[in-house]
Design a protein around this ligand. Structure first.
Ligand SMILES: NC(=O)C1=CN([C@@H]2O[C@H](COP(=O)(O)OP(=O)(O)OC[C@H]3O[C@@H](n4cnc5c(N)ncnc54)[C@H](OP(=O)(O)O)[C@@H]3O)[C@@H](O)[C@H]2O)C=CC1
Ligand SMILES: O=C1O[C@H](COP(=O)(O)O)[C@@H](O)[C@H](O)[C@H]1O
Length: 497
């Protein structure tokens, strides 16, 4: 259905968006498509303007063509209508600028002159230059008391570097106008975690160590490092995915109910979880954490190279492309409940899901042979095919089955339950919240820093042990040791993919 006649967004959400790093991978793959969708859905006010900034020489027309090509590559056929495309492209301007050179920032001040709408500065560049850009914006007089800044992850490399970066941003913007992106918080099902937990008494009363035996969080990626060797080899999967996305998911599962839905009420509860995460002692590090690195294998039936054969690779690298771990939130609600996390590149498929395993009934009255049969599980699928399933036990049908039990799903598939609603990409929702000036889907400074503190002790432990990552073939579910880690507790990774 064409959206060309949709009303344009609420004028009070109009902004001047200055997108630093506008020719980069994230901008072309995610940000411009998300902005286009917001415009097409009628959520972008008419006067919203977008200035792309990067250091290559382009005039406005050439820049618009680059964006147009990126959109055509990314959008589905039915999503490209000429009227919406034209309207969106007409919002774009381009400025060639070296972000480290203060002189050029005067042009941003000029662009803003006479505008009464707030400026949103989106830093789609490496975090090490966030400070320079913020400083140059302020020094050039481009900012005012309503300007907001959006920053990408990862913020730093460890606690010390993230403190430096946060200090540099904080010297220019107050916390109330800093939007730290963790795009997993913009995913539809991730937001549904809050609704599921706090709107349904059914789960609210069961959500603790009395009723839940363990929790699994899997974020598996099919892709390798996609030409990002330079960045990835310094980071590794722990910094790239666990420090941010997986810990945010864990916080949403483990946090206590916030007193309301205000940004700080939610973030306060998340911080309590991060502070309660058990550190890994020397012994637990060897037993409860598995690092892996992929070797050559297959993806979709095609041969793919190992991590050390990727373009630009250093063949000595011990950087992990996979991590699995067993951790615990040491508080009254969760004491004794293991949280098993795993994430890796070059796995057989793209799959993000959380599985909550409920305890068995205290007294069992059915066939003793079936004692080990599955207990209730809540399966929360983030991607692909967003949905929620509750595995329940029912009686097996048939005259000869007696009271034999059979596990089966109560299933809510978002696409079939709500077929008319397109599930928006995470960046659409996050950009919309920035336009509205709402922070609840963004990460506060202390969350980032507590997450780093916990990851740092893990990384320091790895350094002392100096154990190389275990190998796993591309296209597999990770090193065998990650399966052993959970089976030694008499459990297994949930495999009904
Ligand atoms: N790509 C992704 O999927 C994800 C990225 N991120 C984060 O998003 C941010 C952007 O990542 P990504 O798009 O991949 O990075 P890219 O390197 O692809 O893009 C960065 C852009 O900034 C420009 N740039 C860099 N330094 C300067 C400078 N001094 N002056 C002017 N322009 C400059 C680059 O220009 P040039 O090409 O000339 O160098 C390029 O256009 C990073 O913080 C990253 O960690 C987070 C999650 C996922
Ligand atoms: O932040 C990142 O996320 C992507 C995975 O995001 P998804 O939305 O596709 O699940 C990951 O590939 C990338 O390495 C990391 O920087």
């Amino acid at each position: 259905m064409s959206q060309s006649h949709a009303p344009l967004g609420d004028p009070k959400h109009a902004i001047d968006l200055a997108l630093f790093g506008a020719l980069g991978d994230l901008a072309m793959r995610k940000l411009f498509p998300a902005l286009y969708h917001l415009d097409r859905e009628g959520l972008m006010p008419e006067s919203t303007r977008i200035m792309g900034l990067a250091r290559q020489e382009h005039d406005v027309d050439a820049f618009r063509q680059l964006v147009s090509r990126a959109l055509q590559k990314r959008l589905k056929k039915g999503e490209q209508d000429p009227e919406s495309l034209e309207r969106f492209l007409n919002r774009l301007d381009y400025l060639k600028l070296d972000f480290k050179e203060a002189g050029g920032f005067e042009q941003i001040r000029q662009w803003r002159e006479g505008s009464s709408q707030p400026m949103v500065v989106y830093l789609s560049v490496a975090a090490r230059i966030y400070g320079d850009i913020c400083y140059n914006l302020q020094a050039s007089g481009s900012l005012d008391d309503e300007s907001r800044v959006v920053v990408e992850k990862p913020i730093g490399y460890d606690l010390a570097s993230s403190e430096q970066i946060n200090d540099a941003i904080g010297a220019v913007f107050p916390e109330s106008r800093i939007y730290r992106i963790d795009h997993y918080l913009g995913k539809e099902t991730v937001q549904n975690l809050i609704a599921l937990r706090f709107a349904n008494p059914l789960f609210g009363t069961q959500w603790n160590q009395n009723h839940i035996s363990h929790v699994e969080i899997t974020v598996a990626e099919k892709v390798g490092i996609e030409g990002r060797w330079g960045y990835f080899d310094d980071a590794g999967q722990l910094r790239d995915m666990v420090q941010n996305h997986l810990l945010q998911l864990l916080c949403l599962i483990a946090m206590d109910p916030p007193s309301n839905l205000d940004a700080d009420a939610i973030r306060d509860e998340k911080v309590k979880v991060l502070k309660a995460l058990k550190p890994f002692t020397g012994e637990a590090l060897g037993r409860d954490v598995v690092r892996g690195q992929y070797i050559a294998g297959t993806s979709d039936g095609q041969p793919v190279p190992g991590y050390l054969e990727e373009e630009g690779a250093n063949t000595q690298s011990h950087t992990e492309t996979f991590v699995a771990m067993k951790t615990e939130v040491a508080n009254w609600r969760w004491a004794g409940v293991p949280f098993y996390l795993r994430t890796g590149k070059r796995m057989p498929e793209k799959l993000s899901q959380i599985v909550i395993h409920f305890r068995q009934q205290p007294h069992y009255i059915f066939d003793p042979d079936q004692r080990g049969i599955a207990s209730n599980k809540l399966i929360i699928r983030l991607q692909p095919e967003e949905g929620i399933a509750l595995q329940v036990l029912t009686k097996d049908s048939g005259l000869d089955k007696g009271m034999r039990l059979r596990p089966g799903p109560l299933h809510l598939d978002f696409n079939s339950a709500f077929p008319k609603s397109r599930i928006p990409d995470a960046y659409e929702r996050l950009l919309l919240e920035v336009m509205k000036g709402q922070q609840y889907l963004f990460v506060r400074r202390d969350e980032v820093e507590h997450a780093w503190r916990w990851c740092d002790q893990l990384i320091d432990g790895w350094k002392v042990r100096e154990t190389p990552p275990r190998r796993y073939p591309a296209g597999s579910w990770g090193p065998v040791a990650s399966i052993a880690m959970i089976t030694q507790d008499g459990r297994s990774w949930y495999e009904d993919y």
